[in-house]
Design a protein around this ligand. Sequence first.
Ligand code: C5P
Length: 423
Amino acid sequence: MGNGNQVSSHWASSTGGPVHVTVGVTGGIAAYKACTLVRLLVKAGADVTVVPTRAALSMVGRTTWEALSGHPVCTDTDQDAAHVNHVRLGHVSDVIVVAPTTAHTLARIAAGMADDLLTSTVLAARCPVVLVPAMHTEMWLNPATQHNVGTVRGRGITVIEPASGRLTGADSGPGRMPEPEEIFSSLRSLLADHQRNDFAGVRFAISAGGTREPIDPVRFIGNRSSGAFGAAIARHAVARGANVTFVAAHVLPELLRGLTGAAIVQAGTAAELKKQMETAAATADVVIMAAAVADYRPEHVSDAKVKKRDGSPITLTLVENPDILAGLACNRSDPRQTIVGFAAETGDAGSSVLEYGRRKAAAKQVDLMVINEVGEDRGFGDRETAITIVDVSGAVRAAATGTKDELAETILDTISAQRGGTL
Ligand code: C5P
């Protein structure tokens, strides 16, 4: 059977054999891209079974799937019935990915239907399920589809957000299937997290985003933080088995939608964030303050919109916000609690970014401080970021450059090591 001679040591299942991946393919034009995904998986040493829908076979034929995967291909439960394929695949798969997922199959999965081999396999699954929707923008944005996305995410299924770009016809917009290489890398990372499960039962309280301090009913003082870093940490922590409470200060909605499995609490201002983090931290093993908290807030918030003053200046008096991180560190609910801060720094003639970060770690008495350099065009929303993680004594525990997803893993690995590997 299959690809045993191609097993890569990088991609073995938890039982030591090759990773079993079931690739569902539905009847969207992006089905042709699934051929590349299957090739990438096979090349990495995975044992791949392709389960197309009947409609998918009119896009790419059975022979192609059988040749690429090295396994027979069925579309319905009554074919090859002796092997009870939906139950077998549901049990042996380490991950099931459906790429592309049409609006129709998404709706069938959301409704819990089992009218072909693919939907029956998804229902019988014991492993993570990943859907990669691809459809026209109007269909993707339709409330029926969005409702179905919410339903399946609520059941723990991962739904990868579609990319924006050219669609089948002359139209373009969100709905495009991400490139096979991106899907492959998401699967690898999800599976690596899942197999590790090293944070099983560990409770995390993570803040992310940026607070907004109101000036009047329509204006505020804010910052450019999207919440991407905190969301990436939360996503990976959940995948590694953690129970995560995510305190979100104006985090982008698409990031929140991707946070299946975390309890999400909204906080708008620094005062709200403080209250929510104190509550979450009271029962947390690990506390991560990734939110950009406003250091100051307007002393008075005007009830009415502040009017223009015919050219004369307006003075806004700002008062300092409490340091939430320092407060959490000095009032730990448990001395074994791990407290992690972020220091978004800019260096200057007097001191380096690292030096400022070290001082901050000591001043706030955190266990770990993640230091990164920011500026007009760095740190916020960048694809590649550089971080250095120091402990309270200033010793460097890790240094890495990469995407926020990769760095989220580095941060979690460092937390795991800090806690002695035994969580
Ligand atoms: O002092 P600075 O704002 O650079 O420190 C950043 C770290 O402190 C971050 O982890 C941030 O979430 C936290 N912080 C806080 N309360 C504040 C300001 C920052 O918890 N008022």
